[in-house]
Design a protein around this ligand. Structure first.
Ligand SMILES: [Zn+2]
Ligand SMILES: [Zn+2]
Length: 137
């Protein structure tokens, strides 16, 4: 009597690749389309045990975070590819890059007053860099 529920569960509804219990055929079909399931099928082919959905999603997020950090960022001004966001941020603080920023600003603004008048077209950090360079020269 206490085993009524378990008796009704169809054994074939368990996904063997994920060792995951599924209660309806519809859910099983949806499950077969998930990245998690496909990943576990690959693992099984490689002779590895299944990952739980939670661990799988954690790995996916780690990979996403890593790939975001290693994406190349281009500095159009210097015609240079920086290998990631961090390298780009270091690059835009270099004298070489700031010099180019200043030259660009000089082309746009013939005087310091004009630079201030046009400040709305520049980002605040860019303006600070320009002001810094301006008073160095
Ligand atoms: Zn599965
Ligand atoms: Zn640059």
């Amino acid at each position: 009597m206490s085993n009524d529920y378990e008796d009704e569960v169809d054994e074939t509804l368990q996904c063997n690749a994920c060792v995951y219990e599924i209660d309806t055929a519809q859910k099983r079909n949806l499950h077969y389309k998930t990245e998690w399931h496909r990943y576990n099928v690959k693992r099984r082919c490689a002779g590895l045990g299944p990952l739980s959905e939670r661990v799988f999603l954690q790995k996916v997020n780690e990979i996403k975070a890593q790939s975001a950090g290693t994406q190349a960022v281009r500095c159009e001004l210097c015609n240079l590819n920086c290998k990631n966001q961090r390298a780009y941020e270091a690059h835009i603080r270099t004298k070489k890059h700031l010099g180019k920023e200043l030259n660009k600003a000089r082309q746009v603004c013939v005087s310091f007053d004009l630079l201030l008048e046009n400040h709305s077209s520049f980002s605040f950090s860019f303006l600070l860099d320009i002001l810094f360079c301006y008073f160095l020269i």
